[in-house]
Design a protein around this ligand. Structure first.
Ligand code: S3P
Length: 176
């Protein structure tokens, strides 16, 4: 039996450390589609690294740039896009993404995120207070948006290939 193609762009959301880029790259390969990372897109467009943007322009301006570039990208991409952890900034933007493709939430428990992020050095949102407190607070604010995703993938302790396989099956259900 021929497997139906995934005709819509796929947007991966979830916290820092959820594996959006890793899973996104593997998924894009499986779907034979381009992979795009919103953070890299921002860095290319501005000519600055994410930490540099935060340090020189502040979080508010980073969010403005992120919002504008995400709107632009979501209308043009045909591939798999790894969003930044804070990209679903408001309901308007969340609706916009969902109108342009399939939104997937990579749901990873806080304890696992903290383990993965403990030694992370290039994430300005984690500077200052301890990682667990920061992640818990950010997640509380973001969950209402993440949970509106078409597909919620609880990755738990699954290996990456298994996540991609399961996700692929769930995406196919939107093609029938
Ligand atoms: C952020 C997550 C980062 C990046 C920026 C802000 C956030 O992306 O966009 O540092 O607010 O959660 P990743 O989720 O890819 O780490």
């Amino acid at each position: 039996m021929n497997q139906p193609e995934i005709s819509q762009p796929v947007f991966l959301c979830g916290m820092m450390g959820a594996g959006k880029s890793t899973i996104g790259k593997l998924l894009a390969k499986k779907l034979d589609k381009p992979f795009l990372d919103l953070d890299r897109f921002i860095e290319e467009d501005t000519g600055m690294s994410i930490p540099e943007i935060f340090a020189e322009k502040g979080e508010k301006e980073f969010r403005n740039i992120e919002r504008q570039l995400l709107k632009q990208l979501s209308q043009s991409t045909q591939g798999v896009v790894a969003l930044g952890g804070g990209s679903l900034q408001n309901q308007h933007l969340t609706n916009h993404i969902k109108k342009n493709g399939l939104l997937v939430f990579l749901d990873v428990p806080v304890t696992e995120l903290v383990n993965r992020l403990r030694s992370s050095e290039n994430r300005p949102m984690l500077s200052g207070s301890d990682t667990k407190t920061k992640i818990t607070t950010l997640l509380e604010d973001r969950l209402p948006f993440y949970q509106q995703a078409h597909i919620i993938m609880k990755t738990g302790n699954l290996i990456e290939e298994e996540v991609v396989k399961k996700l692929f099956k769930k995406l196919q259900m939107y093609e029938r």
